[in-house]
Ligand binder design. Structure first.
Ligand SMILES: C[S@@+](CC[C@H](N)C(=O)[O-])C[C@H]1O[C@@H](n2cnc3c(N)ncnc32)[C@H](O)[C@@H]1O
Length: 262
């Protein structure tokens, strides 16, 4: 059991508030919390992804994965069941559905994801609008190959897969894009790496861009990375939903950090 995570969760339970937006003065954050974070509408895509996950849960297929060791400097080969990847590595439906709602609301033209795995979170991001472009990076070739089957099954035709280590492929990819409207960072959960990826992506962030970080309280290092990112002068609003953190760069908003019940 990750004791750090348990302690962080207890602290989050004590600090989190603003259910349904109550107590929020910023109209932007109020609408976001009430209408998006608190939205219970079931979109068609939610059921498609749910059914696909259910199908994979029954699969006996095994993927020979190149798993990153500590520091992400070397690969260790590991056999992982697809069903285990659905359960342990893929985004929980609750958060995947929130990714979809955020994309559906903010209508990003260009989305970048770090950490495709078998393609579940990518599918939520891709299905809001087939004319948006989704770039997703995965270091493990076999996992990326499986993800491409996910995209076919879930009819995500706007996904561009990049296979390679983040540090090798991210700088060139980011410099080739005009603007990053939405970024989801869900891989290589270490303090310095997370800050480095944030800084690279920041170079293409616009006023209305939205960046989302997964596992912000997974370790002391990730917690520190999250704090450093929230304190960055270009970041105005930050929302801590425990599992994920969301940041905005809107100059019209006052700088403030919110710990929101979700
Ligand atoms: C938590 S999983 C991503 C889950 C996925 N976003 C989802 O919710 O469906 C993280 C993925 O990032 C990949 N990864 C981790 N560190 C990486 C790195 N430095 N470069 C490239 N890929 C990496 C892993 O192989 C793994 O598949």
């Amino acid at each position: 059991m990750n004791i750090y995570l348990v302690k962080s969760y207890l602290s989050y339970l004590l600090k989190s508030k603003y259910k349904k937006g109550y107590g929020l003065h910023s109209p932007f954050v109020f609408n976001l919390v009430r209408d998006l974070i608190g939205d219970s509408h079931r979109y068609y895509v939610f059921e498609s992804v749910k059914a696909y996950r259910k199908q994979l849960m029954k699969s006996k297929q095994v993927i020979s994965m190149s798993d990153y060791g500590a520091g992400s400097t070397e690969f260790n080969k590991k056999e992982r069941r697809v069903s285990e990847l659905v359960l342990k590595s893929s985004i929980h439906p609750r958060y995947g559905e929130l990714l979809f709602r955020l994309a559906n609301h903010f209508k990003p033209n260009c989305i970048l994801e770090l950490g495709t795995s078998i393609g579940i979170s990518t599918s939520y991001l891709a299905r809001h609008n087939s004319s948006s472009k989704v770039y997703t990076i995965e270091g493990c070739e076999n996992t990326a190959a499986f993800a491409s089957k996910t995209f076919k099954s879930l009819k995500c035709r706007n996904v561009n897969q990049i296979v390679g280590q983040f540090r090798d492929v991210l700088p060139e990819l980011v410099s080739s894009l005009n603007q990053l409207d939405m970024v989801f960072i869900d891989g290589h959960h270490e303090k310095q790496a997370t800050i480095d990826y944030f800084n690279i992506c920041l170079s293409k962030a616009g006023n209305d861009s939205i960046f989302i970080f997964d596992d912000i309280h997974w370790s002391q290092g990730m917690h520190e990375a999250w704090k450093i990112i929230c304190d960055h002068p270009k970041v105005t609003v930050s929302l801590d939903l425990f599992q994920i953190g969301i940041i905005f760069f809107r100059k019209e908003c006052q700088k403030q950090n919110f710990v929101v019940s979700y």
